[in-house]
Design a binder for this molecule. Structure first.
Ligand code: ATP
Length: 237
């Protein structure tokens, strides 16, 4: 059984038909990327997993559970964590308080061990524990947003445009961390990116979303070499 299965998923914002019959799977241990232009529906696809907006048609299963039947709050407890576009860390809280907030739904018995793991993966955070999160650089805030999500011990990590607006050095670091989380920790990751080149290089498989529908799917390598993908998403950027 796939970890995540979406079948014929439709979603609307009022009159806007944002998803038009999406089929997608994520297997345990994979990095799957979703690429597409602005407004293609990438964020919407991720948000339907949390019921915001709720899929109006189709099927969404996470492991053996039907996600269309549970609340947003229950989904967080079921092991899906989202790092939203724009990071949305708690700016006025310290780095440590942000990490504590991330662990709210997790088994508190693992809290100290989890913190130690975060410091190993993100050494910069340990140096800034008492600093207000809003005073970190953009790249550091992205690290914190990822670490905060990991503190909930997710089985599936959703990353919405993690490289957006970052300096090149942090962009490389974000993709290195994505790879390391997958290879060293076995984390399953669904990655939305406009930076198609980096995303397809790091992903096992990818999907191209256009106007709310999947128009192409393949391995990262296949999509990197696909002439349509190259013309639309690689050569222009
Ligand atoms: P971006 O990279 O710009 O975030 P995206 O591929 O993630 O693009 P979505 O944000 O999912 O695209 O948007 C898909 C469509 O739904 C667009 O037409 C967008 O204008 C519309 N949309 C997104 N969020 C809302 C909302 N909260 N209310 C109304 N319409 C929305």
């Amino acid at each position: 059984m796939s970890m995540l299965t979406m079948k014929g998923v439709h979603a609307h914002y009022g009159a806007i038909h944002a998803l038009r019959g999406v089929d997608l799977t994520v297997e345990q241990g994979e990095i799957v990327t979703l690429i597409g232009a602005n407004g293609a529906g990438k964020s919407t696809l991720m948000m339907t997993l949390f019921g915001q907006p709720r899929a109006s048609e189709g099927e969404i299963r996470f492991q053996d559970q039907n996600l269309l039947k549970v609340t947003t709050h229950q989904i967080a407890r079921k092991g899906i964590a989202l790092v939203p576009e724009g990071r949305r860390i708690f700016q006025r809280m310290t780095v440590l308080e942000n990490l504590q907030m991330g662990s709210t739904f997790a088994d508190q018995a693992h809290y100290q061990d989890d913190l130690t793991r975060m410091y190993q993966m993100f050494p910069i955070l340990e140096q800034r524990l008492t600093q207000r999160a809003g005073t970190l650089s953009g790249g550091e805030q992205q690290m914190l947003a990822i670490a905060r999500a990991l503190m909930s011990r997710p089985q599936l990590l959703l990353l919405d445009e993690p490289s957006l607006g970052l300096a090149p050095i942090y962009i490389r670091q974000v993709f290195r961390i994505i790879k390391e989380l997958n290879e060293a920790w076995g984390m399953t990751i669904l990655l939305v990116e406009q930076n198609a080149h980096h995303a397809l290089r790091v992903a096992h498989r990818g999907y191209v979303l256009q106007h709310g529908a999947i128009v192409l799917a393949g391995t990262g390598k296949e999509l990197l070499e696909n002439p349509q993908v190259r013309a639309a998403y690689l050569e222009s950027g």
